[in-house]
Design a protein around this ligand. Structure first.
Ligand SMILES: C[S@@+](CC[C@H](N)C(=O)[O-])C[C@H]1O[C@@H](n2cnc3c(N)ncnc32)[C@H](O)[C@@H]1O
Length: 181
């Protein structure tokens, strides 16, 4: 799994929460984030969750990805699609690493993206068009996500953190793309 715009490795934490030990153990988690502070935080978080994965690490640049890594490859973009800091140059770089992975592989390369619904400035339609121009037609499937809002709350006097659950759900938009040339 290649987590682009990984921030503090939240996708790794979510995988640990969602998967059983056996499935998590099969995953090589590779994170990239250009923000050095987020990366430093994420590396500390990986210090707690890495042992559940086959391997887990940050790469300093996208050039450090190995397109032949792994049996299947899933790119994750979690809450990166609307970032103002994402430019056309970045999209071109993403297309290039995704294309390398698709060309290297005799297997499906997949992509999943999640973002806040109903915001303008989603860059993924443009990414899809750029992939098509590069000879890769994404087969896209919407993903239905229902996440109830919750906020941390202090429970009692022992300082433990609990959750304050809200009635509303987060407005999440998510898609799963299967990529072949
Ligand atoms: C809202 S955070 C999401 C972090 C994490 N993926 C999550 O879901 O919690 C957006 C992240 O995108 C990163 N980012 C911004 N521009 C980027 C780019 N061009 N390429 C990769 N990551 C980028 C930021 O540094 C930030 O960590």
């Amino acid at each position: 799994m290649v987590d682009i715009g990984a921030g503090a490795a939240t996708v790794a934490v979510a995988l640990q929460e969602a998967l059983g030990n056996a499935r998590q153990r099969r995953i090589e988690y590779v994170a990239f984030d250009p923000n050095l502070m987020m990366r430093a935080l994420g590396e500390r978080i990986l210090g707690h969750v890495a042992k559940g994965f086959r391997s887990a690490r940050y790469v300093p640049t996208l050039d450090d990805l190995d397109p032949n890594d792994g049996h299947r490859m899933l790119f994750a973009f979690s809450y990166v699609a609307h970032q103002d800091a994402v430019t056309t140059d970045h999209l071109e770089q993403w297309v290039s690493v995704i294309k390398e992975a698709v060309d290297a592989a005799d297997r499906a390369v997949e992509l999943i993206y999640t973002t806040a619904a109903n915001l303008s400035g989603d860059k993924f339609p443009e990414l899809g068009a750029m992939l098509k121009r590069a000879g890769i037609t994404p087969k896209t499937k919407p993903v239905r996500v229902k996440v109830q809002r919750r906020y941390p709350s202090m429970d009692g006097s022992d300082g433990r953190v609990g959750w304050d659950w809200q009635d509303r759900n987060w407005q999440v938009q998510a898609e799963h793309w299967v990529l072949r040339s």
